[in-house]
Design a protein around this ligand. Structure first.
Ligand code: NAD
Length: 356
């Protein structure tokens, strides 16, 4: 068993909470850091308890980074709608605070800095397959923030500090801090709660997908790979065979969820966010990365979880599992201020981490 000490930011998020579980199972000593924006929004499944700092990324201090061999940095405003709420704030949280974290990590002697980046930095790309050399074409403040951090992190690399860029494609699957605002989770949730697999476009856009656990397996493979294999490298994180058109995803969901039909939203037209991604690099460079899921099994897992949770339409459509709607509600209720910091009523209402 290893007992290597790592810091995971965003550990009370959709991916981070699964990552903490898999790292702990692999023998890592994990410390988490999160400002707990979504910590009340539990879904099914156990939360793995680790030592945690309830801390805003913007307030990180040198002492927070002492004694880690790696930082796995996931905390962020994590999708396009959240990133567009206030682009200046997105810049401050996703970019400036990430770079401050990286500089402090480097100063503290942390050897590896794994950045949770995104394939969305390739932007509107057409039907061709994108690899890591594809030009960046970010079309939203969120995607722009990922490009900026990658560029700036590169300038910190040296023989003692290895930034690595994990460009995740869209995740799916069950997490204790669930999201239903990502495509496969959304299609299954819609089928379960309404009997309709509701497609919000014309169904033609391409989406590469990966299970949330397999994203975490990629992070662990990067942690365990020889330094020279990952040093200052970008990896698209996904599986080449798992590029789907949205209408294909909907068809799989229809076959998995009993008694539902595929339907198209009346406002749905062509969606410019269509791209196909080649994931050969991670497969060839990191033999330790062994993805275990595919979309059909993921849809079955999601359907079973919806049944276990008895997911209601209100929860499916409301703030509980949709990041932007939840943040809008916290703002409207005065629990977050306009800089997305907890007001005096916020932290009091959030249960202690150990009670989750
Ligand atoms: N889920 C996906 O499909 C996907 C795809 C590509 C990339 N990513 C990236 O992976 C990372 C994790 O995504 P996720 O789906 O788990 O998102 P998430 O929204 O579920 O989790 C993000 C976490 O960051 C925390 N956070 C936000 N602002 C913070 C701040 N100022 N200080 C401290 N903590 C803060 C939130 O409380 C939350 O727990 C993000 O960087 C996201 O951009 C996700």
């Amino acid at each position: 068993m290893t007992s290597r000490r790592v810091l995971v930011t965003g550990h009370h998020g959709y991916i981070g909470s699964v990552l903490v579980r898999l790292l702990t199972e692999a023998g890592y000593q994990v410390v988490g850091l999160d400002n707990d924006l979504f910590v009340n929004n539990r879904f099914v499944g156990q939360v793995t308890h680790v030592a945690g700092l309830r801390r805003d990324l913007r307030d990180i201090a040198a002492a927070d980074l002492e004694g880690f061999e790696a930082v796995l940095h996931l905390a962020a405003l994590s999708n396009d709608p959240l990133g567009s709420l206030n682009p200046e704030l997105t810049y401050k949280i996703n970019n400036e605070a990430s770079m401050q974290l990286a500089r402090l990590a480097k100063k503290a002697g942390v050897g590896r800095f794994l950045f949770s980046s995104s394939c969305s930095m390739y932007g509107a790309a057409g039907p061709g397959m994108l690899d890591e050399n594809a030009p960046f074409n970010p079309v939203t403040p969120y995607a722009e923030s990922k490009v900026l951090v990658e560029r700036q992190l590169t300038s910190l690399e040296d023989q003692d500090f290895s930034p690595v860029f994990l460009r995740n494609t869209t995740a799916y699957g069950v997490s204790p801090f669930m999201r239903f605002d990502i495509v496969l989770n959304n299609l299954v949730g819609s089928a379960y709660t309404t009997g309709k697999v509701l497609i919000h476009s014309d169904g033609t856009p391409w989406r590469p997908l990966i299970h949330v656990e397999d994203i975490c397996r990629a992070f662990i493979a990067v942690l365990e790979a020889p330094r020279e294999v990952v040093h200052n490298q970008a990896f698209n994180v996904g599986v080449t065979e798992e590029n789907y058109q949205v209408r294909e995803l909907a068809e799989i969901v229809r076959e998995v969820v009993p008694g539902c039909v595929v339907a198209y939203s009346p406002n749905g037209g062509p969606d410019p966010r269509s791209y196909r991604v080649n994931f050969s690099k991670i497969k060839d460079a990191l033999p330790g990365f062994q993805p275990k899921w595919n979309v059909r099994r993921g849809a079955q897992e999601l359907y079973a979880a919806c049944c276990e949770a008895r997911l209601t339409l209100e929860d499916f459509e409301g703030p509980r599992f949709t990041r932007i709607t939840h943040i809008r509600k916290l703002l409207a209720d005065g629990r977050l201020d306009s800089r997305l910091r907890w007001t005096s009523t916020g932290p009091v209402a959030v249960p202690a981490v150990s009670a989750v």
